[in-house]
Design a binder for this molecule. Structure first.
Ligand code: P1T
Length: 380
């Protein structure tokens, strides 16, 4: 099955044996009757498993070309489960430009449990090796990175991971499997904030993990059940509905992303535009090789690098909504330094370019002309 067909049918065969409904019913239920202890029809308690969630987990596995999918109550709950496979004393080499909440979870929760994180630039995968020692268990990659849109070569990272026998986990939130499929490039774990493009309508908070290795899947399932950060059946249904249009939405996000990035790149008041589809982007060639297209996430700074001006722009936008999050059908604008990345200390975030004047756009699927007109009136 090819990708567009998988988003609609992947793992969805015979979802309602009772009546043949084409969408899985919402099994709004916590428990299931048993004829004798252990004598059930595949489900015993909805933390451990729920038919609507199971249908979604099969769909998630299918679109990422994986064997096993797991759905969680948020993207951070999914990351939390991944790091819980580690032990005190273990070390992780992580991308230095990443979602502020991921950084907060790593540094303010898991460092307290004795796990050490090295945050480094990974545009050159060779630079990872010097941080690997006998305690290293995992490489954590976000690509494109949030919010600087750096591109990291997943295949090259996978080669380093294999050489040192450590796991490679890739946060695929910004790209989605429409643009890149990390398991095919050698990653061991794919993670999503499904809240974003997978759901696509800004109406669900959810996380996902997809893996191929059975032992790893069992470990993650154990944590999903033991720690209990699952998503509910209603949200699973909404996510399945969103997934079915992922490919058409992404196509438009990419087209509009290109139009907006090119408009900004040619604007006399704009200093820098961070979008991997621009030939001037430092990792454009890796993006070209690794991704099918370049997505709808764009960051930029105005000339003069002026904080007040950046705030004025985001406040003046009308079609773009000033809000956290990304990946929905509607266009959003954000100010990372005070919003999504506020939990990263200023001196740390400025090292990666997250300056106070940076603006991040999640370009939606409206008419590109309206988006450009909105930027034009807001930037001046
Ligand atoms: O919000 P949640 O579903 O828990 O996902 C966390 C997360 C993980 N990884 C990436 C790359 C993310 O962008 C996020 C969430 N990000 C935002 C809310 C944001 O506006 O950047």
């Amino acid at each position: 099955m090819k990708f567009n067909t998988k988003t609609i049918h992947g793992g969805q065969h015979d979802v309602d044996p009772a009546y043949g409904a084409v969408m899985p019913p919402i099994y709004q239920v916590s428990t299931y009757s048993q004829s004798t202890p252990g004598g059930h029809k595949g489900f015993e308690y909805s933390r451990s498993g729920n038919p609507t969630r199971a249908a979604l987990e099969r769909a998630l596995a299918s679109i990422e070309n994986g064997q096993y999918g797991l759905a969680f109550g948020s993207g951070l709950a999914a990351i939390d489960a991944v790091i819980k496979t580690l032990q005190p004393g273990d070390e992780v080499v992580s991308t230095n430009d990443l979602y502020g909440g991921t950084y907060r979870l790593f540094t303010q929760v898991f460092e307290g449990f004795g796990i050490k994180f090295h945050f480094i630039g990974m545009e050159n995968a060779d630079s990872i090796e010097q941080y690997i020692n006998e305690n290293t268990k995992m490489i954590w990659v976000e690509t494109p990175t949030n919010p600087m849109m750096n591109i990291i070569d997943i295949k090259a990272c996978a080669a380093v991971a294999k050489k040192h026998n450590v796991l490679l986990a890739v946060d695929n939130t910004f790209a989605t499997p429409y643009l890149q499929q990390p398991l095919d490039l050698g990653a061991d774990i794919v993670m999503h904030s499904a809240t974003k493009y997978l759901g696509g309508h800004s109406d669900v908070v959810m996380g996902a993990l997809i893996v191929n290795d059975k032992t790893l899947a069992e470990k993650l399932y154990f944590i999903q059940n033991a720690s209990g950060a699952i998503c509910g059946p209603q949200d699973s249904f909404l996510m399945l509905r969103g997934l079915k249009t992922l490919h058409v939405r992404m196509q438009r996000h990419c087209e509009n992303g290109k139009a907006v990035a090119e408009y900004l790149a040619n604007h006399p008041k704009i200093e820098s535009v961070y979008w991997p589809g621009l030939s001037t982007h430092p990792n454009h060639e890796v993006a070209k090789a690794q991704m099918k297209d370049y997505g709808g996430m764009i960051s930029f700074v105005t000339k003069g690098n002026d904080y007040e001006e950046a705030i004025k722009i985001v406040e003046n936008l009308n079609v773009f909504t000033l809000a956290e999050s990304l990946g929905g059908v509607e266009s959003l604008a954000g100010h990372p330094a005070s919003m999504t990345h506020a939990s990263i200390p200023k001196e740390e975030r400025e090292k990666t370019g997250v300056v106070d004047s940076l603006i991040r756009l999640s370009v939606g699927i409206e008419d590109a002309e309206d988006l450009i007109a909105d930027l034009k009136q807001a930037i001046g």
